[in-house]
Each structure stands twice: as structure tokens, then as C-alpha cells.
Design a protein around this ligand. Structure first.
Ligand code: MG
Length: 364
């Protein structure tokens, strides 16, 4: 055998050995684009729509099928078609890998895929679901938390006409805390409509809608008198200096959402905000969110776990993490009419975690 042939035979042997790794037998990776139908037309400062396209993922290995989901975020230039392609680009690798080595797998996935954090989140969630099922434990046990400490979620009221806003508030009657999108020119009318039908505490999300630090100060001071308990992202994410200045002038706790995507973003935010909003789709999955929670704690920041409009796969994964956080904004699955799964349930806002292994999802 010549040297080159010998090298080739070694390489072929290594490849075969790799394919026969722990998960190789009957392993499958499937990614599909799924259209979430919204119960109400959803309006924020960024968009208005009646549906959202996202990714549902299924991962089978060793006779266990697990589920993942990713809702690509337009703000970060992601879409479902590119996310699906990203998952398919690593399908061969995932099938050959041992899912128990999820940390190693996600490091490799992060190396192979640029961006596409929602797709990465789908993979990461599916791996966690698989491990929970393999070990026969619900996800919250893997995180070492008490399911009784799962948080109360707020319920979001989308921007609408005063009449529709009042109707949405009435429909949200079981929820003790509401979240309101502000940052458009009808904030006063929205708040007036809400306050005409409820006295519940409110969280507001400006989604970067206040365009100057002067406007932010004025609006935040006004909100402080409206029974608001916190505000998300008043100024554009890039205006960190302005945000630092605003933070010193007001009392209302301010949370970074669009300014806080990854663990490395957190140190520079610590003296400009009171807390951060973590989301699986934004950061790339459970592992990344855990890292963000721990980093935020190290800097003395509060943590809200949030979500995109999603089905029950992502929302249930986030609910299992909620005992590690201070606030939950996990209503994304309640806003859609065609959830393919049932997972976390909600009782007067309280998140009730499933006790079955993994995420604990049941196909509807
Ligand atoms: Mg937000």
C-alpha cells in the first residue's frame, strides 16, 4: 500500500467510526417551517402581522425522538428558510454525535453556523429534551430547581385601538400582571384605555421606540405614575451612553432586551440597566441562556426570561428555566391558534411545569 492509499484508508476508517458514534443507529434530524397563526394581529414598533413563520425540529437517536423549535427574529436579520437550511447543514454531524455530549455538540454547531440563533436554539432545546427523556427526568430536575418556584408570567397586550385594547385587557383577566407595548405616538391613549378597565401592575416594553434621552426621561417619569413596575429597552440598543444617563435620572427599573443578545454583552450594560431580558431564540438556546443568567447575577442584574411568539416547545423549555429568573414573560404560545403541542400550563399566570421526562410535551 502506497503512503497516499494508506492515508486514505485511515481517513475512511475514521469517518466510518465517527458515523457509528453513540447516536448513529436510526438517527434522524428533521426541520420544517411551521406557520404560527396569531389570535390577534400583532403590532409592535417593529412590525404588524397575522402569522409568523418559524422552525419545528425533530431529533431522533437511539430510539428516542426529541423536539426543538426556533422563532427567527427579523430584527437580527433571521428568517425561517435560512434557519431551516442552517439546521440541515449540521444534520449529518448531529446524527453521528452522542447527544449526551451536548456541550461539545453545541460548541461545534456554533463553530459551523454563523448567526442563526433561533436555529441553534432549536437544536439545543431538542438535545435537552432528548437527554431528559434518556435519563427519565423532567428538564427542571436537570437544572436543579424546584418546579414550585416556576414564576408567574405576564400576558402581553399588543398595540391596538383603545376599544380593542380594552377588550384584550378583559380577555387577559386571569393574569395578575400585564405587559404593554409602548413607543408609538398613541402611548397615552393605550395607557388610558388600559387604566379604564384594570388596576393590575403593568410592565411596558418600548422596543427601542423612544428616540432621544429627553423623550425617554419624560415618558419614563410619566409611566412611574401609571402603576408600571418595569420598562424594557426604552432607547435604541446602540445608545448606551444615553441610556446610562437616563438610568441615573429615573426610579423605574429598566431592562435591556435588544441591547442584550449574548453573555459577552452583559458587562457593559451593568451600570446602564437594572436587569436583562434573556430569550432562547435571541441567544441560541438553553446553554447560552444559563450562561447569561449566571453572568447577569455576577453583575448584580435582575433577569427576566422572555420569548418570541412561539409554540409550546420553546415556551416550555423557558418555563423550566424560570425558577432561575426574577420575572417571566412567557406568553408566546398563548398568542397563537395552532400550537402543535401542549407543554407548560398556566393557572392564573402561574407556570405549571410538566413532570414527564424532557420538556414534557404532548402532541395535540
Ligand atoms: Mg422586549
Amino acid at each position: 500500500m502506497k503512503r497516499r492509499e494508506w492515508m486514505q484508508s485511515i481517513a475512511a476508517g475514521a469517518m466510518a467510526a465517527n458515523l457509528q458514534g453513540a447516536g448513529a443507529q436510526g438517527a434522524a434530524v428533521e426541520a420544517e417551517i411551521y406557520r404560527l397563526k396569531l389570535k390577534h394581529t400583532w403590532t409592535t414598533t417593529m412590525s404588524s402581522s397575522e402569522y409568523r413563520d418559524e422552525i419545528q425540529m425533530h431529533f431522533t437517536s437511539g430510539g428516542i425522538t426529541a423536539h426543538g423549535e426556533g422563532a427567527p427574529i427579523v430584527r437580527y436579520k433571521e428568517d425561517a428558510a435560512e434557519g431551516k437550511k442552517a439546521i440541515e447543514s449540521v444534520a449529518g454531524y448531529l446524527k453521528s454525535a452522542d447527544p449526551m455530549q451536548y456541550t461539545k455538540i453545541m460548541a461545534e454547531v456554533n463553530r459551523r453556523i454563523q448567526g442563526q440563533y433561533a436555529a441553534k436554539s432549536a437544536i439545543d432545546i431538542a438535545l435537552h429534551d432528548w437527554i431528559g427523556k434518556k435519563l427519565g427526568v423532567p428538564l427542571y430536575k436537570l437544572f436543579g430547581v424546584d418546579p414550585k418556584d416556576a414564576l408567574v408570567t405576564d400576558f402581553s397586550i399588543g398595540i391596538d385601538t383603545p376599544e380593542m385594547t380594552k377588550q384584550k385587557v378583559r380577555e387577559a383577566e386571569p393574569f395578575p400582571v400585564l405587559k404593554v407595548k409602548v413607543g408609538l405616538d398613541k402611548d397615552e391613549a393605550t395607557m388610558e384605555a388600559i387604566r379604564s378597565v384594570t388596576k393590575k401592575p403593568l410592565r411596558v416594553d418600548a422596543n427601542e421606540g423612544f428616540k432621544s434621552k429627553e423623550e425617554a426621561i419624560r415618558k419614563i417619569r410619566w409611566l412611574e405614575g401609571q402603576g408600571v413596575e418595569l420598562i424594557e429597552q426604552p432607547l435604541p440598543a446602540a445608545q448606551l451612553e444615553e441610556q446610562r444617563w437616563v438610568h441615573k435620572q429615573v426610579h423605574l427599573p429598566i431592562f435591556a432586551d435588544e441591547a442584550c443578545l449574548h453573555p459577552s454583552d452583559i458587562p457593559k450594560l451593568a451600570d446602564a440597566y437594572d436587569g436583562v431580558v434573556v430569550k432562547l431564540d435571541k441567544s441560541g438556546g438553553i446553554q447560552q441562556v444559563l450562561e447569561m443568567i449566571h453572568t447577569a447575577r455576577a453583575y448584580g442584574l435582575k433577569v427576566m426570561i422572555g420569548c418570541m411568539v412561539s409554540a409550546s416547545v420553546t415556551i416550555t423549555a423557558a418555563a423550566h428555566l424560570s425558577p432561575l429568573c426574577d420575572y417571566a414573560d412567557l406568553d408566546g404560545n398563548l398568542l397563537i391558534a395552532n400550537d402543535p403541542y401542549r407543554g407548560v400550563r398556566v393557572d392564573r399566570g402561574r407556570l405549571l411545569l410538566p413532570n414527564s421526562p424532557g420538556l414534557g410535551l404532548v402532541k395535540v
